[in-house]
Design a protein around this ligand. Structure first.
Ligand SMILES: [Zn+2]
Length: 262
């Protein structure tokens, strides 16, 4: 077992990591699923995003990579809580419409999604939402980086804030690109949050994790501040992450390469 040498305090983290991997693997079947199943899963994720209050009205969008030049994406102007598979659109790598039913049109934020796929060939799905606590930090320009939750350190590391860009312009993908090589989640300044992973469920779970982390940071601040883990404790968790085989990018993988990231 990769963690038998770790100190006793990490036993819990190892058990948690095994649960995380099991959960992720159970839900990581996008590559094998057929297109209709993917469309249905996108509707299910839409319901979860909407019912958990991660979006208001018709906000939010997500996409799934079918192959290098075909992507399924959510439509604009439709509540993500009430989508059916027929609402889902198909676009190419340049954002051109390949297929849509009726008057449904792809989200205008697909430029941002396509930039993620371009820069990160390992990514199979992208989720964008406006969860209230994460968006509060995004509006305040505050990254999620205080080491107060072991789970957040393991799954996310830190969550940076990508600079503001006018919606639907190239400013947004250009701002996002800066962090794509190093992180699997980021806040979008004065806007919301962006997560991605090797399956739609994986990307969605990261959005849940980002919102939970932001909520705990906010609430502990209201209580006068959290007790932060030490650099050594964070280092132990990063060591678990490095040896875990978990997919995606994480600050632990770039410990010595990026100044300011520990
Ligand atoms: Zn948005």
């Amino acid at each position: 077992m990769y963690c038998t040498h770790m100190r006793g305090s990490t036993a819990y983290m190892c058990a948690m990591l095994r649960m995380y991997e099991k959960n992720t693997m159970n839900n990581g079947g996008n590559k094998m699923a057929n297109e209709q199943e993917i469309r249905q899963e996108m509707c299910e994720i839409g319901r979860r995003v909407y019912e958990r209050g991660m979006v208001a009205a018709n906000d939010g969008n997500f996409s799934v990579k079918l192959n290098n030049n075909e992507f399924l994406c959510t439509p604009t102007g439709v509540s993500k809580g009430f989508m059916t598979p027929e609402h889902i659109c198909r676009i190419d790598a340049e954002g051109r419409l390949l297929e849509a039913n009726g008057d449904f049109k792809p989200s205008s934020e697909m430029k941002m999604h396509l930039r993620v796929y371009k820069e990160r060939p390992d990514v199979q799905a992208v989720v964008h939402a406006h969860p209230p606590y994460a968006t509060t930090f995004a509006a305040a320009g505050i990254p999620l980086e205080k080491p107060v939750l072991s789970e957040a350190i393991l799954t996310l590391g830190k969550v940076p804030v990508a600079r503001y860009g006018t919606p639907s312009t190239r400013e947004v993908p250009d701002a996002v690109a800066e962090y794509l090589p190093y992180y699997d989640a980021m806040l979008l300044a004065n806007h919301g949050a962006l997560t991605y992973g090797d399956s739609l469920m994986n990307a969605y779970h990261k959005m849940e994790s980002v919102e939970f982390y932001a909520r705990i940071l906010y609430q502990t601040h209201m209580l006068g501040g959290a007790r932060e883990l030490s650099s050594e404790q964070v280092g132990d968790i990063y060591e678990i992450r490095r040896k875990s085989g978990m997919t995606g990018k994480h600050p632990a993988l770039f410990f010595d390469k990026i100044s300011g990231i520990k």
